[in-house]
Ligand binder design. Structure first.
Ligand SMILES: [Zn+2]
Length: 191
């Protein structure tokens, strides 16, 4: 997918990249419209963020795996109040943690675009869209409508989010939807 937008989602002047040896391959791929994540070539563990050695096998080699760019919203917040004057014309915007497909659970923090913020849901299926912000090409995510491997199973959970939106979000301006795993069951956390 090639960078296609002429107007950055957030102000381009706020997207000042300073790639280093660990992150330069990610941004070089992004400039070509490709989403690549760091992986250990010895044991194939995803190493995100990249670092000097593999968390699983302690190997020091690193390669970069290209992933399809689809995934699901793991959690998100809607920012309705600009914390910097450069963002005054951009609110509300959606900051989300995206769990990538074919990435062994790896997640990235990005924005969900092309959707009304109140329509974003945990488990929403998304795909990468490349946003040119000045010299930087930044991965954002938009709804893609597919159901993934198993499809969303969070009807009740998202109903809970809607109830939260109608009360607490107005008071707090933003919220996190956090889905618990394991024996504790699902839970909601208001930020
Ligand atoms: Zn390894």
């Amino acid at each position: 997918m090639n960078p296609s937008k002429e107007t950055a989602y957030l102000p381009a002047e706020l997207a000042q990249l300073n790639p280093n040896a660990w992150t330069a391959p990610f941004w070089a791929a992004a400039a070509e419209g490709r989403l690549r994540i760091p992986r250990c070539p010895s044991c194939e563990a995803i190493r995100m963020p990249p670092g000097p050695c593999c968390w699983r096998c302690h190997g020091t080699a690193l390669d970069w795996k290209e992933v399809p760019g689809t995934g699901r919203v793991h959690t998100f917040t809607v920012t309705r109040r600009a914390f910097h004057r450069a963002l005054a014309g951009c609110v509300p915007y959606v900051l989300a943690v995206i769990e990538l497909d074919d990435a062994d659970g790896a997640r990235v923090i990005s924005n969900v675009v092309d959707i009304y913020p109140n329509d974003v849901r945990v488990e929403l299926r998304v795909e990468v869209v490349w946003d040119r912000a000045g010299e930087a090409v930044i991965p954002r995510f938009r709804p893609c409508g597919d159901r993934g491997e198993s499809g969303p199973d969070t009807e009740d959970y998202n109903s809970g989010i809607s109830r939260l939106e109608s009360h607490d979000v107005i008071r707090n301006e933003s919220y996190f939807g956090v889905r618990g795993r394991g024996g504790q069951g699902d839970r909601d956390v208001i930020a």
